[in-house]
Design a protein around this ligand. Structure first.
Ligand code: SAM
Ligand code: SF4
Length: 289
């Protein structure tokens, strides 16, 4: 008998699974982590085999798009084994898209292998093109290494989308530099509104809040923006800059204006399934595994 598809109580079909494969990272972005993080004991993470079994079950139940994330997914030891396993589902056609969100630091090493298993696009998080600011924001990151990773992704034939967190006093003055750089190098660009996170230290983080409404207004001082109907089932909204034809996305995670069309769920690296970004409700899938 065919397994029942994933339809939630609001009759929404779940087609998109975002999977965190590790909580660890080689950066310590100020808005995401403290400098001295305590990570989960490794034994608490799902093994690569468990991740394979679980994600394969989701694909059987109708998930067509898998986004791998972290922490930094490419620092998980042996992660290519997992990507290869998911590549099998691309070959059968059960999975339509396999993608990842990465800080880009390891792309020089992995871009070719990712392309070989069927990954076509990567999202790279990059908030600034200024070396000193990059070091300040990521604490441990080096801009040159990320730019080289992006170059490696392009060489491997991967499309690169840049995700930039909008940070007041940090990349405010780089709005047009970032947009021009992305237009020139053929990257889509999406801005993310910063979310206040539990791990952030001190009140100064609040000072970095830069609303996307304001960012958008500033873009309008130079470009004519046309709202696009493009919807991906998630929180992103898109506009086209009429002068350049460039598409720019905005993610305002806390606005809850996309619930009716939401098609996604999220799995943590310990096997907790979250049905909504904004709710604490979850199901533990490790026990049944
Ligand atoms: N390490 C990978 C990376 O940075 O792309 C994947 C995981 S990271 C948590 C996923 C995305 O969340 C990144 O684009 C990052 O900029 C964003 N992010 C992290 N903390 C955030 C916050 N407090 N507010 C908004 N976006 C945040
Ligand atoms: Fe968080 Fe990603 Fe930055 Fe790592 S690179 S600290 S996971 S936002």
């Amino acid at each position: 008998m065919e397994p029942a598809p994933l339809i939630d109580p609001f009759a929404r079909a779940i087609r998109y699974l975002r999977v965190s494969v590790t909580d660890r990272c080689d950066f310590r972005c100020t808005y995401c982590m403290t400098e001295h993080m305590t990570f989960l004991p490794k034994a608490e993470l799902l093994s690569l085999e468990e991740l394979d079994r679980l994600c394969s079950a989701f694909v059987r139940l109708g998930v067509e798009k898998l986004r791998i994330t972290g922490g930094e997914p490419l620092v998980r030891k042996g992660i290519m084994t997992f990507f290869e396993a998911m590549g099998r589902h691309l070959q059968t056609g059960a999975l339509k898209e396999l993608t990842l969100t990465t800080n880009g630091s390891q792309l020089r090493r992995f871009a070719g292998d990712l392309a070989a298993v069927g990954v076509r696009r990567v999202n790279v998080s990059l908030d600034t093109l200024d070396q000193a600011k990059f070091a300040e924001v990521t604490r441990w990151g080096r801009l040159g290494q990320v730019l080289d990773g992006i170059a490696a992704a392009k060489e491997a034939g991967l499309a690169v989308k840049i995700n930039a967190v909008a940070l007041k006093g940090v990349n405010e003055d780089e709005l047009f530099t970032l947009a021009d750089w992305c237009a020139r190098d053929g990257h889509d660009l999406t801005f993310i509104e910063v979310m206040p996170m539990g791990e952030m230290e001190g009140a100064d983080r609040l000072d970095q809040y830069w609303s996307l409404k304001d960012l958008r207004a500033r873009l309008e001082t130079r470009f004519t923006l046309r709202d696009l109907p493009d919807r991906t089932g998630g929180p992103a909204r898109y506009v086209r800059l009429l002068e350049t034809g460039q598409r720019i996305g905005f993610i305002t995670p806390l606005t809850h204006n996309f619930c009716e069309s939401c098609n996604r769920v999220r799995l943590t690296c310990t096997g907790e399934l979250y049905m909504c970004l904004g709710q604490e409700d979850m199901a533990d899938l490790r026990a049944p595994l």
